[in-house]
Design a binder for this molecule. Structure first.
Ligand code: FES
Length: 106
């Protein structure tokens, strides 16, 4: 069975300023919740290239930019999109229920 964990309220997502992601800690893992086109996407918050939190970078559409070396990831699947990042970050399934954002932890 899927381990759905409540990560945030949808109102926390709605309150984010343009370009911001919401950092949450779930089961010891730092996860960035990223709004895009009315959906919420969840990826591992730690850049695959170094010790930086993607949630401290900039969310531009479906891409989040790492604050350290400006590598880009697609928040929909965690895939690397521009140098210097070459490895993906984990992405997690998300659902919204009763105003809560739930993330499927592995
Ligand atoms: Fe993220 Fe280098 S640490 S691009």
């Amino acid at each position: 069975t899927t381990n759905w964990v409540v990560a945030a309220s949808i109102s926390d997502i709605d309150a984010l300023e343009e370009g911001m992601a919401l950092s949450v800690e779930l089961g010891g893992t730092a996860i960035a919740l990223c709004p895009f086109e009315g959906e919420v996407y969840a990826i591992n918050d730690v850049c695959s290239h170094g010790a930086a939190l993607l949630s401290e970078g900039y969310l531009d559409g479906c891409f989040i930019e790492c604050p350290l070396h400006q590598g880009l990831f697609d928040v929909r699947d965690g895939s690397p999109q521009s140098a210097p990042v070459t490895a993906p970050v984990a992405s997690y399934r998300v659902k919204v229920e009763d105003g809560k954002v739930l993330v499927a932890l592995p």
